[in-house]
Design a binder for this molecule. Structure first.
Ligand SMILES: [Zn+2]
Ligand SMILES: [Zn+2]
Length: 369
């Protein structure tokens, strides 16, 4: 589609105030202003837990204004590439995957300048001048309009190309959920043969983490506490040990097979103290806990337990552009895919209701049909 025959308006799902349902409205077509801007026609937009938190108004200052368009993990096709975006090789028709963060990074702060010097376990930062962690950059779907619309403006420095063999719908949920757990595993330097616990193994992030761990050559050990997510965890990792936290204590997990000394690394995915305590109790001496979720009230940490057992705690926030590229290539090569249920844009509220039932997996707005 050339810019001359673009529509003047688009359909978008907006949240008008905290806790309001999504409302389908017609809005003027967004305009790419900055030289790095790309106007993207959205193909698939995936729902993340953070969308629910933002919609509830629980994150101070986010969104900065209402009404707001959510979704920070989406894919689409380039419609207009402004000058700097075109200079980076983006042309109309290119298929792009977008992780929300890093929109309009400043290029001059410590994060942006340090680039590859930044160490994140096995990962490095991005090229000098570009950082997903630039503190003044925005996030599509949080500080800026996101993917629950027919069109969205993105920054050419925050996007990845979609590898051959993966569809728009398959890639969308990898752009926050997949990228976050992949970064967590790389940051914790997970190696083949290590035992890696995933507390919340059947959730949106968890069921992807189980697959990445297995394909890295490590041994996933999944923990869940509800029937449907337990089923999903078993489905995506049939060889893995899967534990029902309702009937098995963390110390009993450590008495089993591969994990008899405790797990080497554990990812904490649910936002609950119980999940955190369970995760810490599963760790072996000198093990590493990776915080992925951040409950508003925080986690209580037993310093004594940490000190006596020489435990480490890391945290992860999304991933760099280079880490996301590595994740996409890895997912394409090893067939890592989310379990996905799709909805049309018009039925986003139905998607949200289904997500709320807690069956696990990922829920994606499909605009390719
Ligand atoms: Zn997210
Ligand atoms: Zn910066």
């Amino acid at each position: 589609m050339s810019s001359t025959n673009l529509p003047s308006s688009m359909k978008a799902q907006v949240i008008e105030s905290p806790n309001a349902p999504y409302k389908l409205v017609s809005l003027p077509l967004p305009q790419p202003q900055d030289p790095h801007d790309i106007l993207l026609r959205v193909k698939a937009a995936s729902y993340c837990h953070t969308d629910a938190v933002v919609a509830s108004g629980a994150l101070p200052g986010l969104p900065p204004t209402w009404p707001h368009i959510n979704c920070h993990e989406f894919t689409g096709e380039v419609v207009i590439a402004n000058s700097a975006a075109a200079a980076l090789g983006f042309t109309p028709g290119a298929r792009l995957a977008v992780a929300g963060h890093g929109f309009h990074c400043c290029g001059v702060c410590e994060e942006c300048v340090a680039g590859p010097e930044i160490e994140l376990g096995d990962l490095r930062g991005d090229v000098p001048g570009v950082s997903a962690y630039c503190p003044t950059s925005g996030t599509c779907g949080l500080t800026h309009p996101g993917g629950f619309a027919e069109y969205v403006v993105v920054d050419a420095r925050q996007v990845n190309r979609i590898p051959d063999g993966l569809t728009d719908v398959e890639v969308a949920p990898l752009m926050c959920a997949g990228m976050t757990v992949f970064t967590a595993l790389r940051k914790a330097s997970v190696r083949p043969g290590m035992v890696v616990g995933v507390v919340g193994a059947g959730g949106g992030l968890g069921h992807l983490a189980m697959q990445f761990i297995e394909k890295i050559g490590a041994k996933p050990l999944g923990v869940e506490s509800a029937d449907e997510p337990l089923k999903l965890a078993r489905e995506v990792a049939p060889e893995a040990t899967i534990v029902d936290a309702r009937t098995t204590e963390a110390n009993e997990v450590c008495a089993k097979g591969e994990s008899k000394k405790g797990v080497d690394v554990v990812l904490v995915l649910p936002e609950s103290q119980k999940a955190f305590d369970y995760s810490m109790a599963m760790l072996r001496t000198r093990g590493t806990c990776v915080l992925v979720s951040f409950p508003i009230a925080g986690f209580h940490i037993s310093a004594g337990d940490m000190i006596i057992r020489h435990l480490n705690i890391l945290s992860v926030l999304g991933g760099t552009l280079s880490a996301t590229e590595e994740m996409l290539q890895f997912a394409a090569k090893h067939g890592v895919k989310a379990k996905i249920e799709t909805y049309p844009l018009e039925k986003l509220n139905e998607l949200v209701a289904k997500y709320g039932q807690g069956a696990g997996g990922k829920y994606v707005v499909d605009m390719t049909v």
